[in-house]
Design a protein around this ligand. Structure first.
Ligand SMILES: [Zn+2]
Length: 400
C-alpha cells in the first residue's frame, strides 16, 4: 500500500476511471477462471516456482490439477518476495475472500475449495469485470479465428500476425490460411483476413518481433520481410494501429516451463524500425519494449515521430522497479495524448485487477511527486492525465 496521503487520495480517484485494456490474451469464451489451477497455471508462477527448485512433475496435461496447485503453493515461500506473488495475494483477497497475511501450503485446500465454489457461479465473469472496473478488453486472435460467439464490443478482436510473418513456410500454417480464406495466394489471403477482422470489429493488428528483425521494403520479395511490409500496407488501408512488441528472444532456456523459455535481448534498437516509421506516417505504431534502456529509446522516438506511441509495460519490464522510471520518463518527455499507459497482458480476467492496481499505485505516486507537489498540476489535472493514460488515449488511438 501507499504510505503517502496525497498519493493514496490520487490512487483512490484513479481507480474510479473505467478501464480500456488494450492488450490481453483473454479467451472470450472462457474469460474468467474456473479453478485455482487457472490462476496458478499462469506462466509467472510455474516459472518462478521452477526457477526456485520445483520439478516439472505436475505441469503436464495429465497431472491432477490439485497436485499441480499444491506444488506451486508449496514453493511459494521461496518467491513470496516477488511482484507476481503480490498479484496472487491480491486475487486471493479480492476474489476469494482470503484474510491471511501470507499464503502458505496450509491455505491451499481452502483456497482451492473456495475458488471451485465461487467461480462456479453463473455470473462470475460479470462479477470480475465489475469489481475490476473493466469496460473493454482487447484480445489476441489467431488469424483463422472465426470471431464468433462473443460480444466484440466488450472483447475487442485484434489480429495477431506472428504466424503469418514468421511461420508461413510451415505447411500447417499455409493450410490454416488457405482454409480460413479460400485462397493459396498469401497477398489475397491477407487482404481477406483484414476484411474479416475489420468487419468483426477488430481494432488493431499485432506482432511480437525478435531482436534481429529489421523491416525494409527493398530487402526481399518474399519471406518474413515481405509479409511484414504487406501487413503494414494493410494497416494503412484499413486504418488499424500496428502493435509492435519488440525484442523477444524465443527459446533461450530450452528446458523451461510452458511459455517460460523466452527472454529479452539488449541488442534490439528502434533504429531497425526507422524505415518503417518513415514509410508509414499514416499508421500508428504502439510500441512495447522489454527493458528500461529500450524504454529510453522509445521515449525519444515517441517524442520525435508522430506515429510512434509508447504502449504499456511489457512482460519483463512489468514490475514496479522498471515501471516507475519508465513511466516517469514518458510523463516528462512524451506528449500526454500519445501515451497508452498500461495493458494487462492477462490470460484470465482475474489478473487485470492486481496488475492494474500495481500500475495505478506507481502512477499515483509519480503524479504526486512530479506534478502535484511541485505545483506543475492540480490534483484534478493529475487525474485528467491519468484518465488519458488509462482510457481516453486508448479509445481515440484504437477508435474503440
Ligand atoms: Zn501479450
Amino acid at each position: 500500500m501507499l504510505h503517502d496521503r496525497l498519493a493514496e487520495d490520487l490512487y483512490a480517484e484513479i481507480c474510479r476511471i473505467p478501464l480500456i485494456d488494450p492488450h490481453s490474451h483473454i479467451n472470450p469464451h472462457k474469460a474468467a477462471s474456473r479453478s485455482l489451477d487457472d490462476i496458478l497455471g499462469y506462466h509467472y508462477y510455474t516459472e518462478l516456482a521452477h526457477s526456485a527448485g520445483m520439478e516439472q512433475t505436475f505441469l503436464g496435461p495429465d497431472a491432477d490439477p490439485r497436485d499441480r496447485v499444491r506444488d506451486i503453493v508449496r514453493h511459494m515461500n521461496r518467491y513470496d518476495n516477488t511482484a507476481q506473488y503480490q498479484w496472487f495475494l491480491e486475487i486471493a483477497r479480492t476474489f476469494l475472500g482470503f484474510e491471511g497475511e501470507r499464503v502458505t501450503i496450509g491455505d491451499c485446500t481452502w483456497l482451492c475449495d473456495q475458488a471451485d465454489k465461487l467461480m462456479a457461479q453463473s455470473d462470475w465473469e460479470q462479477q470480475v469485470l465489475k469489481k475490476s472496473n473493466l469496460e473493454k478488453v482487447f484480445l489476441t486472435n489467431d488469424f483463422d479465428d472465426p470471431l464468433e460467439g462473443f460480444d466484440t464490443a466488450k472483447y475487442v478482436p485484434c489480429l495477431r500476425t506472428d504466424d503469418l510473418v514468421f511461420h508461413l513456410d510451415k505447411p500447417e500454417v499455409r493450410q490454416r490460411l488457405a482454409k480460413a480464406t479460400g485462397t493459396d495466394n498469401p497477398g489475397t489471403a491477407i487482404r481477406k483476413l483484414f476484411e474479416h477482422f475489420v468487419h468483426k470489429g477488430a481494432r488493431a493488428c499485432a506482432i511480437s518481433l525478435p531482436p534481429d528483425f529489421s523491416p525494409s521494403i527493398g530487402k526481399v520479395k518474399e519471406g518474413p520481410h515481405a509479409i511484414f511490409w504487406i501487413l503494414a500496407e494493410h494497416c494503412r488501408e484499413f486504418k488499424l494501429p500496428f502493435d509492435l512488441m519488440i525484442g523477444v528472444n524465443r527459446n533461450v532456456y530450452k528446458k523451461g516451463v510452458h511459455q517460460g523459455r523466452d527472454l529479452y535481448d539488449q541488442r534490439t534498437s528502434l533504429i531497425q524500425y526507422a524505415e518503417l516509421f518513415n514509410a508509414f506516417p499514416e499508421v500508428t505504431f504502439p510500441i512495447s519494449v522489454l527493458s528500461s534502456p529500450q524504454n529510453q529509446e522509445l521515449v525519444s522516438y515517441s517524442w520525435i515521430f508522430p506515429n510512434v506511441v509508447p504502449f504499456g509495460h511489457w512482460w519483463y519490464s512489468n514490475i514496479p522497479a522498471f515501471i516507475a522510471p519508465d513511466l516517469r520518463a514518458r510523463l516528462q518527455a512524451v506528449p500526454k495524448v500519445k501515451q497508452l499507459g498500461y495493458y494487462s497482458d492477462a490470460y484470465k480476467l482475474e489478473f487485470c485487477l492486481p496488475k492494474y492496481n500495481m500500475y495505478r499505485r506507481i502512477l499515483a505516486q509519480t503524479l504526486a511527486e512530479d506534478f502535484v507537489r511541485p505545483r506543475v498540476a492540480t490534483e484534478s489535472q493529475a487525474i485528467q492525465l491519468a484518465r488519458l493514460l488509462l482510457r481516453d488515449n486508448a479509445r481515440r488511438i484504437f477508435d474503440a
